[in-house]
Ligand binder design. Structure first.
Ligand code: AVJ
Length: 320
């Protein structure tokens, strides 16, 4: 197939590598147990996240899409045609694809930790847009990554929609954005989506929906951990907890033990008492000004900002 020649996927072992096992063990053994939210995304996790994006309570995807629909031409004008678009956490690639007709990128480089899910999406997308060179990267970019030599054009534009930047603390976000800036090239930049602080009830409902899809998404991490590190989590013994923490301006997701229990995994073991939690995700919320300040700390120059009528979400273009 013509896809095979321009689709690169980094090979990863089916089970977690030594490094992944060590990373997860360290979090599970910490006095306040935690795991990285990147482990939410195995193939089922990516599908559950797609379902979350359809929920009435989960406003970010829909709101951001309305901003792209209203101002896509403006965004394309700010960025310019023929760029190399590097889509971080591309998932099903739908957001970038919605901008292709206006943005006309020369190259599309979707990156996602959920490798098999990504490859399925890119194979379909390449057929719809045969003129765009596509290079899929199945890797974890959360602690920085090397762009392949085929992505060395002068107009490298990072696309980081959906407020995924919210998974980092503000300090981590600055470090991460600095890394992007260093890789963007002289004429490059960033198109980023940011979720804004709003009424607390709206925030809480978005992360604790009536159907329990977000709960399933959170609990699915335990199945993924069982696979990655040979753990014996019993999903029935845990429950989803999510709430807005106004002091820290973030949604917190946790998994809470419903009874006293013991978990064992390759090289480790831990007891949890009833009510004890594993902190699985943070989703930081910003004001427009606080995020512009953060971009400036990372060395970016904000060029344009677009929002919806409620000011619930912002899309920002910044130059490297
Ligand atoms: C993919 C990180 C943007 O924080 O809103 C959705 C993930 N977690 N529901 C978010 C998520 C629970 C999402 N991001």
């Amino acid at each position: 197939s013509p896809l095979a020649s321009n689709t690169i996927a980094q090979q990863r072992p089916a089970h977690g590598s030594e490094a992944v096992i060590n990373e997860i063990s360290a979090g599970l053994l910490a006095s306040d147990a935690y795991t990285s939210p990147k482990f939410l995304y195995d193939s089922l996790g990516s599908k559950l996240f797609e379902a979350i994006c359809e929920l009435p309570e989960y406003y970010p995807t829909r709101t951001e899409a309305s901003i792209f629909a209203a101002y896509g031409a403006d965004m394309a004008h700010a960025i310019g045609e023929g760029a190399s678009l590097i889509d971080l956490g591309a998932g099903n690639c739908a957001k970038a694809a919605s901008l292709f007709p206006l943005l006309k990128p020369a190259q599309y480089v979707p990156v996602d930790i959920s490798r098999d899910f990504l490859l399925g999406a890119v194979a379909q997308l390449q057929q719809r847009f045969p003129q765009i060179e596509m290079t899929a990267l199945g890797l974890d970019f959360s602690s920085g990554f090397e762009l392949p030599d085929s992505v060395r054009g002068e107009r490298r534009v990072f696309f980081y929609p959906g407020s995924s930047i919210g998974n980092f603390s503000p300090e981590q976000a600055v470090t991460f954005l600095r890394g992007l800036r260093a890789n963007a090239g002289a004429d490059g930049g960033l198109l980023i989506g940011v979720d804004l602080i709003k009424d607390r009830a709206v925030l809480d409902a978005a992360y604790d929906d009536a159907l329990g899809v977000t709960g399933a998404f959170n609990l699915n991490m335990l199945r993924h951990l069982n696979h990655l590190i040979g753990a014996d989590f019993d999903v029935d013994q845990w429950q989803h907890v999510a709430f807005f923490n106004p002091e820290k301006s973030r949604i917190e997701m946790h998994l809470e033990a419903r009874c006293p229990l013991t978990v064992t995994w390759r090289g480790g073991e831990r007891d949890f008492s009833r009510g004890e939690r594993i902190h699985t995700e943070d989703s930081y919320k910003y004001t427009r000004q606080s995020f512009v300040t953060l971009l400036e700390k990372a060395g970016f120059a904000t060029s344009r900002m677009w929002t919806d009528k409620n000011n619930w979400f912002a899309v920002i273009h910044a130059r490297a």
